[in-house]
Write a protein that binds this ligand. Structure first.
Ligand SMILES: [Zn+2]
Length: 291
């Protein structure tokens, strides 16, 4: 296995370290548990090829720049309380409800039961947002848990929101969601997008994190300028923290391309670190061998 494969293996938490570390969410030092990203029950990939967003050229002692994974992508970066209680018991079930509703809606559309192609779902968006935030924060280098890093990027307010159920969603962030119809699972953290067509430099750029798995793409966007258009549904929770479920409407005809937003075109550019990205693709060999 080449050096690159070893690095991606270790980064993804598959190295199986028994070392205690700092939980990437609550900061507590101790034994760390493995978090599935996307969460178990919301998405399944039994066998997949894991790669970075940009493959780069092989060579320099790197025979492969992908690895095979079984049972989905896991990150050993969270304490049991954050992983099993906060996420597993409180937040993930609502995300699963949201995801299951979309699957049912898409099946109805495919059978032509629903016309026009609009799917309406009800969800407690605070719980959905906290679930997404928890898994995005968890998708972190396992090696980096050996030291505590205060305020990584602009994620500190997301971390605090996740930990404190009485808090409002942080004002400087927004959460977007759209129908995503590819089986590739994408994690992209700490990336920036620029729209060079906008006039003011301060209005050109957004920063954030993307998590995509069938049937949804999610994009956490920081300090979005008014003129920076995002082609997705704004599901930012703005109600009271104990708000009831809200209705979200998705028009499948308006779903963006499956490479959105990590493959910008036209006036858009993207700036990202390859090490903050991962793409899990269902194993093509397994699928073709069945034909
Ligand atoms: Zn924790």
């Amino acid at each position: 296995m080449g050096g690159y494969s070893k690095r991606i293996n270790s980064w993804a938490g598959f190295a199986g370290t028994k070392e205690p570390g700092f939980c990437v969410i609550c900061g507590r030092f101790g034994e760390l548990t493995r978090d599935h990203v996307p969460p178990r029950g919301c998405a399944q990939i039994a066998n997949a090829v894991l790669s970075r967003l940009t493959m780069g050229a092989p060579g320099e002692g790197q025979p492969r720049n992908t690895i095979y994974i079984q049972g989905g992508l896991k990150f050993q970066t969270q304490c049991a309380t954050c992983n099993n209680e906060r996420l597993g018991l409180h937040f993930d079930p609502e995300l699963k409800h949201f995801v299951d509703g979309m699957h049912v809606g898409m099946q109805a559309v495919a059978r032509n039961v629903v016309l026009p192609r609009i799917i309406r779902l009800e969800a407690n968006l605070h719980l959905v947002a906290r679930s997404i935030i928890g898994h995005v924060l968890a998708a972190h280098s396992a090696n980096d848990t050996q030291i505590w890093r205060q305020d990584i990027g602009a994620s500190e307010s997301l971390r605090q929101y996740f930990l404190h159920p009485d808090r409002a969603f942080p004002e400087e962030w927004r959460l977007y969601c759209w129908p995503y119809l590819s089986r590739k699972q994408v994690i992209l953290r700490h990336a920036s997008w620029m729209d060079v067509s906008l006039s003011s430099p301060a209005q050109k750029t957004v920063y954030g994190h993307v998590l995509k798995f069938l049937p949804f793409g999610f994009w956490l966007v920081h300090n979005q300028p008014m003129e920076f258009v995002i082609d997705a549904l704004d599901i930012t929770p703005r109600g009271a923290p104990d708000a009831a479920r809200e209705t979200c409407s998705f028009d499948l005809r308006l779903a963006p391309h499956h490479l959105y937003p990590e493959n910008p075109s036209g006036h858009r550019l993207m700036l990202f670190a390859n090490e903050q990205s991962s793409v899990a693709t269902p194993d093509a060999k397994t699928r073709t061998s069945k034909r």
